[in-house]
Design a protein around this ligand. Structure first.
Ligand code: HEC
Length: 157
């Protein structure tokens, strides 16, 4: 009787262990690309906000700093796609599965972002404040469009 109880318990324990091991494998498999893209987006936000603050006159316009932020943004727009490894919508992420279900559409949004960033970099070099505002407005629309389509508003989807 007692032995049967112990046996039953150990079965439950090993079943639980097997379950959590498979869960862990699932999480750790995509942990790195998820961390990668979230880090890229965090950096994108920082440099985008600095450019935006200068364009709006909230912080003093400094051409060297403007060029530096614009260069980083362009580099980051190119790096952003590397974090979107197929199937990595499970885990600590707001990336919607639609990214991989409709990859050509997602990819075209990334390419738009990259084109916006290249233009912003060129405009920053030229130093024309109106063109800077225009290029920034285009980029803001691109961030929003992609988030509307492909980023969940909360972690619990
Ligand atoms: C091509 C699509 C796309 C574009 C363009 C894009 N984002 Fe994102 N962004 C995402 C997705 C998808 C996530 C969710 C990533 C995740 O949780 O794994 C995200 C997440 C973020 C986050 C949250 C990062 C975190 O802490 O997890 C910030 C901030 C962000 N984006 C800012 C921006 C800004 C600012 C721009 C424009 C300058 C931008 N994004 C452009 C798709 C995009």
């Amino acid at each position: 009787m007692l032995l049967r109880k112990i046996f039953a318990r150990s079965l439950i324990v090993s079943a639980l262990l097997a379950f959590s091991a498979s869960l862990w494998a699932e999480v750790s498999r995509y942990e790195e690309p998820i961390r990668y893209r979230r880090a890229v987006m965090t950096m994108v936000k920082r440099h985008y906000e600095q450019v935006s603050a200068m364009a709006k006159g909230k912080i003093p316009m400094n051409r060297d700093e403007l060029n530096r932020h614009a260069n980083y943004l362009e580099m980051l727009s190119r790096a952003s796609i590397d974090g979107f490894v197929a199937g990595s919508h499970e885990g600590d992420t707001k990336a919607k599965p639609e990214i991989w279900q409709d990859w050509p559409h997602f990819r075209s949004q990334v390419e738009k972002f990259q084109a916006d960033a290249t233009r912003l970099k060129e405009v920053a070099r030229s130093g024309n404040p109106d063109s800077l505002k225009g290029a920034l407005a285009d980029m803001t629309r691109t961030c929003k469009n992609c988030h509307d389509d492909f980023k969940a508003s909360s972690l619990e989807r």
